[in-house]
Write a protein of this length. Structure first.
Length: 478
């Protein structure tokens, strides 16, 4: 029953995001890059990464800590909500001050500084929305959370569509308009989330505000904050280093190659958002994790391996289709970036499990390894190889961390990983990759190859027994 409940919520969440977020990424974000040019978009990408790295100052781990605790004891929300809101207000001021300081350290002035400030405001609003959503998912209202996860993007799509595709505005479009559109969308989504929170769970009782409680919360959240800061550094520092060492245009090419990973990665992010409160409650209740864990991996890993197999063979066609640029440099950058997708999927499952189990110190140590390797290799290789070097390093670091998270989860939770299980995934990938290499050799067009891959995927995923037909059919009937 729990397995079917989990699958139903995942399906709704994935369907909503599959319908909305690809439109945002490939129709809106991609066209913004093509409209404003590589120089402007490359600068935007670097500044966005800088604001995301220090985004943790807006949260200090409050969202993850809140999700875990409210899921374990929902009665805490009435007391936590006013203190959380006040805490985030104080942290927002701290965050903006740090952003100003970092702008000075990295030498950003003029237009770049103004853009950085607005991007800081954008992150501030995004952080508050994520906090409000954590209360909703902690109550296991996953359908509502799924709607809120795409509401901001729907609003952004509507606004940006008018600005990008209208004859009156397209020639005037600037990167700043893109940021302003996102700010408006977040404000509207936050309003909706606040209304849901107040009507369904609890009103905001500011008389329950306690400075002592905020200090206590801060101390409890600090390990989570440090963890997220370290993860942000090893995931986002590459674009900042690339822009500072090789320029905005080179960073724009890296962003272009990264866009598909951003799109497909939403699957793992969505799973993690649902798995954290589920894992927390199941661990708290002493419920076995094996079924949910196996189901998650059996859904995520075949999909990610299938995308990687197709991308390796059709990398030139994909880049030519999206950006009218089939250069070897862009192809290689994309291939190494997308090769990290299965690693991300494994990280989303196993790092979430360790978080729910309270192994924060261990997670911090692993994230430290990621930061040291990522920053060190990027500084050494980027000046020579540019965006390709960032792609190599990103792939290496994500796979290293994924294996460390998996190994530690097996040790801490006494999980069983069979050699046969690993062999099934390996066989699945080899068969898909071989078929795709054969299709590219026979010059099969990309759209026909996509359809062939979908059919072959279904045949193999059932044939190798990675997906269970009875479970899926029972779920579909329900």
């Amino acid at each position: 029953m729990l397995k079917k409940y989990f699958l139903s919520n995942i399906l709704i969440t994935v369907l909503l995001n599959v319908l909305v977020k690809p439109v945002w990424i490939f129709v809106i974000d991609r066209n913004v890059q093509l409209t404003v040019g590589h120089e402007a978009y490359g600068l935007y990408g670097a500044l966005l990464s800088l604001t995301i790295i220090f985004n943790i100052l807006l949260d200090l781990g409050i969202t993850n800590f809140n999700n875990k605790n409210i899921a374990s004891d929902q009665s805490q929300m009435m007391y936590a909500l006013p203190n959380m809101i006040m805490a985030k207000g104080i942290l927002s001021l701290l965050y903006l001050i740090v952003i100003f300081i970092m702008a000075y350290v990295f030498g950003y002035t003029g237009q770049a500084l103004r853009l950085l400030i607005w991007l800081g405001v954008l992150q501030l609003l995004n952080s508050f929305l994520q906090y409000l959503r954590s209360n909703i998912s902690a109550h296991h209202d996953f359908k509502l959370d799924a709607l809120l996860s795409v509401l901001d993007k729907i609003i952004m799509i509507l606004i940006c569509s008018v600005l990008l595709f209208s004859n009156n505005y397209k020639s005037l479009f600037k990167i700043e308009w893109f940021v302003y559109s996102q700010i408006i969308a977040y404000l509207l989504a936050i309003t909706a989330a606040m209304v849901i929170t107040i009507r369904r769970y609890t009103k905001i009782h500011f008389h329950l505000f306690s400075a002592k409680e905020i200090m206590k919360l801060g101390k409890q959240s600090l390990p989570y904050a440090l963890l997220i800061l370290l993860m942000s550094i090893h995931m986002r520092s590459d674009t900042l280093i690339l822009e500072r060492l090789k320029g905005a245009t080179e960073n724009s090419y890296y962003s272009a190659a990264y866009r598909i990973l951003d799109a497909v990665n939403m699957l793992g992010v969505l799973f993690a958002g649902i798995l954290l409160p589920m894992f927390s409650r199941m661990i708290n209740n002493g419920t076995s994790l094996n079924n949910i864990l196996k189901t998650s991996i059996h859904i995520l890993l075949p999909i990610s391996l299938g995308i990687v197999a197709f991308s390796i063979a059709y990398k030139q066609n994909i880049m030519q289709l999206l950006y009218h640029d089939g250069s070897q440099h862009l192809q290689q950058t994309y291939m190494y970036i997308i090769a990290s997708f299965p690693a991300y999927c494994l990280m989303y499952v196993f790092s979430t499990l360790l978080t729910a189990n309270g192994n924060i110190v261990l997670l911090i140590k692993i994230a430290c390894v990621g930061c040291i390797v990522s920053i060190g290799l990027n500084f050494c290789l980027v000046p020579i190889y540019g965006s390709e070097a960032s792609a190599w390093v990103s792939c290496l670091v994500q796979w290293l961390l994924a294996l460390l998270y998996m190994y530690q989860s097996i040790q801490k939770m006494n999980l069983q990983i069979q050699v046969k299980w690993i062999a099934q995934f390996a066989l699945f990938f080899v068969l898909l990759l071989s078929t795709n290499i054969g299709m590219i050799y026979l010059s099969i067009p990309i759209l026909m190859a996509v359809m062939s891959n979908m059919i072959l995927f279904i045949i193999l995923v059932y044939g190798i027994k990675l997906w269970d037909k009875k479970t899926i059919m029972d779920f579909v009937k329900r």
